[in-house]
Design a protein around this ligand. Structure first.
Ligand code: ADP
Length: 496
């Protein structure tokens, strides 16, 4: 039996999972790391702490699995996207803390670019909306603000990259400075049509190309890890951004296949194949992956800011449940929300509304409203937002959606999944293995190492745990969505 080691480097913790060649997880380890908030709106990570944490969880997971490193066919990496590290090529030490995707310090700089009319150029080349969320403005900031960074970068002394490229640099003892197309496309410096760094964008953000990693495909052998990492060298098959990894872990590899991850927020990606679809609803066009020499494949992506976090609000804000899973028992006490609608726009609304001034709204309360109705309306509020994303994707792509594949912590809720199926009228499939982010990286690594020939073969190991089908008519769905849209209108433009 051969094994695969997936390293899942997230925003708040790093995990390592060992899979066997049937994609069954056999051991895992996890470790949180420090979040630095030096000023309001700033979020930083210590890249060295992340690296040491990854080393620790990798060794722990391999020890727990009780296997010799020689039996690991390949290492696959998946990571928080957009976060940027700048480091010294010689010492392998970061020259500043990493700037995390959530960090808003470059908002004004990006607004100036918008006012300068740069948005159409950026959208056409990168598929992204003009926002400080992506890496380019963060790297621009680091090169300007870190003492001597610009001169040292020009002299070839510094290297920059997203977390995948930082980890691969460390894993190979500084021999490899690479990134993959799925991470590179989130920097706002890569042209998604060519898969290469774009000279016009590099000039716009004033980034010297020499500081950036080489862009490579997914699922290919890149290098061997330093023997110090696991005692023996192990083949590294590269990185993949977390959301694209989850899309692959769900094997959404045919146009029209779509997944939604229900975590703190919800992330939906629809695979569109070799055609990049330009959104009219402010969804992002993103590279899904590029497997070896095959052409670039694309997806459209949309996110809901508050998903599972709305359930946390019931627990921590209202105190009507003690733990997240309790929401299901409470909401199941009533057959419907009794006319209550909750728009969980606590931090504004994402696609397709894009309204930073929207705020949470509870509508339709009567004397008969109970905590159970609020709990149910909250679950519905999450599901309505996801339904809006799905409808925007269908409008943009013209795709016919046959099923929605789900994962993430809140997808464990049978009630939420049934509510979701009832709202979208599309069957929902929950896989046996809901850790699809790490699974996707392991699958890509396994392809690179030759454990499987192609995605078709991987489909044989995919197991659906449960299907949820709609128990509503088209008319019922339309009527409910109409009221929801009315509720959204009440939530919009509130804090402006
Ligand atoms: P993240 O990766 O964003 O930290 P997770 O995928 O771990 O998120 O999912 C955590 C979210 O799922 C929390 O917001 C929590 O409210 C919700 N959640 C977890 N378990 C359940 C459950 N059984 N029913 C409903 N919601 C749940």
């Amino acid at each position: 039996m051969k094994y695969l080691l997936a390293l899942d480097q997230g925003t708040t913790s790093s995990r390592a999972i060992v899979y066997d060649e049937t994609c069954t997880p056999v051991a895992s380890a996890q470790k949180e790391f420090t979040q630095h908030f030096p000023r309001p709106g700033w979020v930083e990570h210590d890249a060295s702490e992340i690296w040491h944490g990854v080393e620790e969880v990798a060794r722990n997971a391999v020890n727990k699995a009780g296997i010799d490193a020689a039996r690991i066919a390949a290492i696959g990496i998946t990571n928080q996207r957009e976060t940027v590290v700048l480091w010294d090529r010689k010492t392998g030490q970061p020259v500043a803390r990493a700037i995390v995707w959530q960090d808003r310090r470059t908002s004004e700089y990006m607004s100036a670019l918008r006012e300068g009319g740069k948005e159409p150029l950026i959208q056409q080349k990168t598929g992204l909306v003009l926002d400080s969320y992506f890496s380019a403005s963060k790297l621009h900031w680091l090169l300007r603000q870190v003492p001597e960074a610009r001169a040292r970068a020009a002299a070839g002394e510094l290297a920059a990259g997203t977390i995948d490229s930082w980890l691969i640099y460390k894993l190979t003892g500084g021999r490899e400075h690479v990134t993959d197309v799925t991470n590179a496309c989130r920097t706002m410096l890569m042209n998604i049509h060519t898969g290469d760094w774009d000279d016009a964008l590099l000039a716009l953000f004033d980034i010297p190309k020499s500081v950036l990693p080489r862009i490579v495909s997914n699922g290919v052998k890149l290098a061997e890890s330093d023997p110090g990492f696991l005692g023996k060298p192990v083949t590294i098959c590269g990185g993949v951004g977390d959301q694209q990894s989850a899309l692959f872990g769900q094997l959404c590899a045919k146009p029209g296949l779509v997944k939604c991850t229900y975590g703190t927020g919800c992330f939906m990606l629809l695979f569109t194949g070799a055609e990049p679809v330009t959104s009219k609803n402010r969804l992002l066009t993103t590279v899904a992956w590029k497997l070896g020499d095959a052409p670039l494949q694309y997806a459209i992506e949309g996110s809901v800011f508050v998903g599972g976090a709305a359930i946390q609000w019931l627990r921590d804000g209202l105190g009507i449940i003690r733990s997240a899973p309790e929401v299901n028992d409470l909401a199941a006490k009533v057959p419907d929300s009794g006319g209550v609608y909750i728009v969980p726009a606590f931090t504004g609304m994402g696609a397709p509304y894009w309204d930073a001034t929207a705020r949470g709204t509870v509508l339709g309360i009567t004397r008969g409203t109970t905590a159970a109705h609020l709990a149910r309306a909250t679950l519905e509020g999450v599901a309505f937002q996801v339904a809006d994303l799905l409808h925007a994707m269908v409008k943009d792509s013209g795709a016919r959606i046959s099923t929605l594949r789900v994962d993430g912590g809140a997808a464990a809720s049978d009630l939420l999944m049934q509510i979701q199926a009832d709202l979208v009228g599309v069957p929902i499939e929950r896989p046996r293995n809901v850790e699809t982010t790490a699974l996707g990286a392991a699958m890509m690594a396994g392809l690179g190492a030759g454990l499987w020939r192609d995605v078709e073969e991987l489909n044989k190991v995919r197991e659906v745990e449960r299907k949820f089908t709609a128990a509503t008519t088209i008319k019922e769905r339309r009527d409910r969505l109409k009221i929801w849209r009315k509720a959204v209108k009440r939530a919009q433009h509130w804090a402006g």
